[in-house]
Write a protein that binds this ligand. Structure first.
Ligand SMILES: Nc1ncnc2c1ncn2[C@@H]1O[C@H](COP(=O)(O)OP(=O)(O)O)[C@@H](O)[C@H]1O
Ligand SMILES: [Mg+2]
Length: 225
């Protein structure tokens, strides 16, 4: 089943007389259950494409549709709700809120969607257990390790059962061992929940965990065999 359709996306940045054509006619579909990685060197436009797919940025031309709804036409309020319901995001840095506990950080997106505090905390607790960080739930982000923070960020991204989980260099800030734990977790949630995943990375080892592999070369998307 087609989830996200990326229709002939171009993205240009202009500075003075120069135009940088970062993305050139990117056109593909993300289907339910896909596990896709996109690899490219630093500056090749990976984050730009991921941000456009996640509606955090707009293309210069082309459009994005989710379940056949054209997202390029929605206003910022509708997009925020769309993201909260349908997408989860994981970045190189965890972006946990420092004044909230790990448990609260994971629960917040569910409360933002209108779930009760009780229900949100129940879901968050289940996720912490699944992610093997339940004993850290009442600690603040500053009190837990980098790997635990990233696992909490994964919990926060998963709590609303997103149609698509986006990850941008998810192991970029972790040591090798911790990075491996996080990659295994992605494989596990793909296998166990059929979670649709789209991961961008400059790291070939990371890109290998995916079932389908793309490369971004000079702004053009190449499907690896
Ligand atoms: N807001 C912006 N204004 C101008 N140029 C930008 C902007 N954002 C990104 N770029 C440029 O677009 C290119 C792709 O950036 P990015 O998507 O961050 O690459 P990657 O994630 O692959 O490292 C880079 O050359 C970067 O400098
Ligand atoms: Mg990037």
């Amino acid at each position: 089943m087609e989830l996200l359709k990326i229709n002939k996306i171009n993205k240009n940045y202009s500075s003075g007389e120069k135009t940088l054509n970062v993305l050139k006619n990117i056109d593909f579909s993300l289907n339910k259950g896909d596990f896709i990685s996109m690899m490219g060197p630093s500056g090749s436009g990976k984050s730009t494409l991921l941000n456009i797919m996640g509606t955090m940025d707009f293309p210069t031309s082309g459009s994005i549709s989710l379940f056949d709804n054209n997202l390029t036409e929605l206003n910022e309020n509708d997009l925020a709700e769309y993201r909260l319901k349908h997408f989860g995001f994981i970045y190189q840095f965890h972006y946990l809120l420092p004044e909230f506990t790990i448990l609260e950080n994971v629960a917040i997106p569910a409360m933002l969607l209108g779930k009760s505090k009780k229900e949100s905390f129940k879901l968050a607790n289940e996720l912490l257990e699944y992610l093997k960080i339940s004993e850290r739930g009442h600690h603040y982000p500053a009190e837990v390790s980098g790997g635990e923070k990233q696992r909490a960020a994964i919990g926060r991204a998963l709590i609303n059962k997103p149609d698509i989980l986006f990850a941008d260099e998810p192991t970029g800030n972790l040591d090798y061992e911790t990075g491996q734990t996080v990659l295994k977790l992605f494989q596990k949630i793909h296998q166990e929940f059929g979670q649709t995943l789209f991961i961008v990375t400059h790291d070939k080892e990371v890109s290998k965990i995916a079932k389908k592999r793309f490369s971004l070369i000079n702004g053009i998307l190449v499907v690896n065999k």
